[in-house]
Design a binder for this molecule. Sequence first.
Ligand SMILES: Cc1ncc(COP(=O)(O)O)c(C=O)c1O
Length: 463
Amino acid sequence: MASQAVSQLALSLTDAYQAALPKSKALYGQAQKIFPSGVTHDGRYMTPFPIYVKRAKGSRKWDEDDREYVDYWVGHGALILGHGHPVVLKAVQEQLEKGTHYGACHALEVEWGAQIIKMVPSAERVRFTSSGTEATLMAIRLSRAFSNKTRVVKFEGHFHGWHDNVAIGVNPPYEVPISPGLLDDVIGSVILCPPNDTKALEKILKEHHQDIACVIIEPTGGSYGMIPTDPAFLPELRRLTAQYGVILIFDEVITGFRVAPGGAQEFYKVKPDLTTMAKIVAGGLPGGAVAGRKDIMEYLEFKKDDPHWNRHKKMYHPGTYNANPLSASAGLTTLRILESGEDIQKANAIAKALRDGMNEVIRKLGVDWYVYGDFSDFHFLIGIDPAQASDPNFKVYNLDYHLLKGKANPDLIYKLRQGMILNGVDIMREGGMTSSAHTEEDVEITVKAFEATLRALQEEGSI
Ligand SMILES: Cc1ncc(COP(=O)(O)O)c(C=O)c1O
């Protein structure tokens, strides 16, 4: 691996970054003339420009300047087995030979769906989608069809994709929608609830349950655990939604098959009515799914007695890439590997070693940061008294959640990323995820990169 140390950083981090990645810089110059802000996903935007990756394998990826990185994006969380797992690769290559799209039902989709039902405790029926955004859109619409009610309860700081129904309460200030161009009626139908607040939830359900179709939650917490869920909250959420006759949706787009083979619902032993999945479910290829109670999923069935071409009793659901054979081959193979839980444990253990290592650096350098996470994830909490964080009874979910998301200065996060990239590590903004392909050597490289970056940030007065 190229040692890309920034120790001799006479230059600022940003200048050093620009000098070290000429090919990425040039590509970004071209991309800015093609894509808005030069990127194809808002989350990939960074200043002064993002890296351009040409190859990935296991826990590593390589950019156009041939620099090597330990990767903590892992395909936006989709690749819990790492890049190019040989068994998954073989399955996809074999499928590629047989055809990429039949425009027809196929045996692999049946196996794939059956595997989900086998692994996910609440899954009685499944429908595939092309993405996580489509999955949450579908679960919410199904809830409305089933309940004949309209409103949605979502938790502040939780992310469920980018369609209108969930485009509020994502980043602070939570009452301001995340985008222009949304329908006021749709946005207005969403009721925001503070995370982990049983009393607030009970009040909302008590007052509005006749209008509420569903409550949707990322079960381990907003933005894959950045605002962690108090485990005691989930049974209360289940109890209250059942009591008030409101559908409970677990958005397991990230936690599905990452937290446990059956997702967060298996880990916490709380069964939702509907579950949304994407990312790992399709093994790193595009895909998603909704699964859940048979009686709710029946709203996707054709009804012989519907005089209006199934418009009244059936939820309409086409989708060119639903259950695409390539995604099916990657997804089914990945899920089968994950069934034993071994890879999940491995990814969790690596993430814990990373968090411990980075927290040690934080203590050593006397920085007011803390690295937290519960599974194969890590998140940076910037601006916390280290004495508070080292209390053995300290629980991140007991902090005011307003401190946990959207507080970090974006320029500082970009500099943190620049420093880590210069030292051979690609983190996702204020955190990242691990895979079973990550190794102790990766942890060592990352902790060293973190120390070098924090020192550089201190030297230039950024922290
Ligand atoms: C919890 C959660 N739900 C939904 C989505 C949207 O999924 P997609 O990006 O596949 O549309 C994401 C994406 O990161 C997510 O993390």
